[in-house]
Structures are given as C-alpha cells and as structure tokens.
Write a protein that binds this ligand. Sequence first.
Ligand code: FES
Length: 151
Amino acid sequence: MPDNKLDLLKTAAGQEVSRTQFLYTGCQIALAVSLGMASFSCANESTPDGVQFSGTLTLSAAQKSSLDSNLFLNLEQGVIVIKDGSVYRAFSRLCPHESGQITARSWLSLECERHLGQVFNQNGAGNGFRTSVALKSYTVTDNAGTLTISG
Ligand code: FES
C-alpha cells in the first residue's frame, strides 16, 4: 500500500495504484509488446537473399542420381529441381515475397528460409502464409537421362 495519497495514480480503468505499481505494470506491457513484435518480425531476417538464376544448367550424373533417389535437389545456382513421378520440374530459389532463399525439404515442400511457414508445393504454388505468388519455374529438358534446366 502507498504511504500517502500523493503516491497514488489512477489507471485507465479508474483503479488507484501506487506510482511503483503503475510503472512496473507499464514496463511489463512494453516488454511483452516489444518481445512479441521482435519474435514475429525477425523470423530469420538475417538469412541471405536467394540467388536469381538465368541461363542454362546441366545436371551432373551425381546430381541426377541424387535427384532420382531423394526426389528433390537444391542447387546453389538458385534452382530447385523436383521429381514428381516421371516428371521433372525446376523452380527458382528466390522467394517472390522479400527475396529470401527457398530450400526444398522434400519434393512436396519448398520452404522459405527467411519467413519460416511460407511453403510452396510441387507446382511452385505458395501457401499464402506471406504470399500466394508462385515460384518462377524453369524448363527442364530430359535428353536420354541428362537433365538441362533453362530459364
Ligand atoms: S521472403 Fe518472406 S516468405 Fe520468403
């Protein structure tokens, strides 16, 4: 309890509290708001931007073998290749939201590293967590087992 009336303050709800209680409660609210905003906005803001691919890229035999067994392949040149049944598809690793890097976790799930929760499916369609814009897709040419991506 406060020692005298001068130390009492009224809250917005009309409740009398001591100056110490008032400041303590205000600090708790400010801290909770700032921590909440920080955890929401800095998901992975420090991750590097994705790489913009253009041109032509032919997979090595080892890359093709890895793709055929894992059904997805993350390439540092800025391309993801997936195998959907007998069909190969290639997508950009540059996120259409804020240019984060996309990494395939499986052939069905391509995730943005900057804003975790933003996922693109095997057709490149976004789930709407941050964007519904599809990933840029590239042409995959299968020449007797040699895959070439062009875009
Ligand atoms: S950069 Fe925001 S979802 Fe990819």
